[in-house]
Structures are given as C-alpha cells and as structure tokens.
Design a protein around this ligand. Structure first.
Ligand SMILES: *Cc1c(COP(=O)(O)O)cnc(C)c1O
Length: 225
C-alpha cells in the first residue's frame, strides 16, 4: 500500500479513538518510524504529509537526517549509548529514550541547546525492555536536576506484544498516572506534558488512554524485514 493510503487509514482510526475518549485529533502527533525502510519510502512518507520521523539507531538516523533534515521534526526512539551522544544529539529534536543519569550527564555536556526528552519507562517490567521502573522515575528526575540542557517533556513506554487489550490498556494508564505525578512536581525542567505511547499494534488503545505521540512504523510505511 502506498503511504498516503496507510496514513489516511491511520488518521481515520485516530479520529475514532479520539471520539471514543473525548479528545481532539489535533492533540495527537503521528511519528513515522522509518527504521525498516529506504530513503525512497521515507520520501514518500514526507510527500504524504508525515511531518515527524523517527529512527532507533544512530546510523539510520544520520542517514535519513542527512537527506531530510529540513523536511521533518526528528525523533530518536532507540537506546542511545553515551559515547554516541555527541554524534547525534544536536540533530535530534526529541529523544524518547532517556533512561539513565549517565546519559543525561552526557547530553548536558554535548548539547548546544536544551534537548526535549521523554523518560522511557518500563511499565510492564519485561526484562527485555529498556527503561526505568515506574517507582524510579521521580528519584531519577531529582538526580538529573543539575543538567540544565535536559528538558523532560514527557514519558515514553512500549507495551508488550500480547493479545490482552485490558492489560495493554493498564500499562498505558499507568504511564498516564505517572505523568500526573511528574507534573505535580511543578518543575521547570520537567513540564512533562506528553505521553509517547502506542505503535502499529496498539496506538488506538494508547490514544484512548491519553497518548500525545504515537510511533508508527509497519502499518504506515511497511516493514522490509
Ligand atoms: C520500531 C519501533 C516502533 C514502531 O513499531 P511498529 O510496530 O512497526 O509500528 C515504535 N517505537 C519504537 C521504540 C520502535 O523501536
């Protein structure tokens, strides 16, 4: 399917999810995840009107960014090794994978301007997933207060690949609750307005539970692998 048709389909599902949950589609940012696809397919996404793009590896990020830096807002959604921070951090508009103090420290050292970050939270507790345990998020925020170039604009999570919708919903709801806890800190460094949650399989549930940013790869641009 062409990206424009996929996007239309996704937008209509977003609209339905918003109607069910009394939200407005304008509140939702669709991030096209291009990690599976070529430069040509990425270009097709941009032409279809996708304005936010994401990659999860540094090499892929830098390649796509070099082609399309002025055509999209750029999100980095993968694990970022501290030693690679200097190579990408000034190209990234939003980092979705802040998960440790050493990374915050390195960002603070290498960034020219404050970087908008999402703190990645492992809500489901799966061992294979990155991110902080929910109870560690507030202490973590406290521990990075000295890093002025790190702005915590939201929280991010990945739900497990399971069938049970109620359980998936529960994980998203938990992240939304945690965002309220962070907002209540009323910290200038951590306005924490956003929730980055929902992928191809579960973005409608995520929106019903408050997602502001959905990260969609395979059902938008497809997957080559
Ligand atoms: C690959 C990836 C996505 C997109 O996955 P799809 O299921 O293809 O939509 C979203 N978020 C992260 C962090 C990813 O690595």
């Amino acid at each position: 399917m062409d990206v424009a048709a996929n996007l239309e389909n996704i937008n209509s599902k977003i609209k339905q999810a918003c109607e069910k949950s009394n939200r407005e589609p304008e509140e939702i940012t669709v991030i096209g995840v291009t990690k599976y696809v070529t430069i040509e397919r990425t270009e097709e996404a941009i032409e279809a009107g996708v304005k936010n793009l994401a990659e999860n590896r540094m090499e892929g990020f830098l390649e796509k960014y070099s082609h399309f830096k002025n055509d999209a807002t750029w999100h980095f959604i993968g694990t970022l090794q501290s030693r690679k921070v200097k190579e990408v951090i000034n190209q990234v508009d939003y980092l979705h994978s802040l998960d440790r103090k050493s990374l915050a420290k390195e960002i603070n050292k290498r960034a020219d301007e404050p970087v908008d970050c999402f703190v990645q939270v492992n809500v489901s507790g799966e061992e294979s997933k990155h991110g902080l345990a929910p109870q560690d998020v507030l202490p973590f925020l406290h521990s990075i207060e000295q890093y002025e170039k790190v702005r915590v604009v939201g929280l991010m999570t990945m739900a497990p690949h399971i069938e049970d919708e109620e359980r998936i919903r529960g994980y998203f709801r938990k992240l939304a609750e945690l965002r309220e806890d962070v907002k209540n800190l009323k910290s200038d460094q951590a306005p924490c307005k956003y929730l980055s949650m929902g992928m191809s399989n579960d973005y409608e549930l995520a929106i019903e539970e408050g997602a502001t940013h959905v990260r969609i790869g395979s059902s938008l641009v497809g997957s080559q692998i």
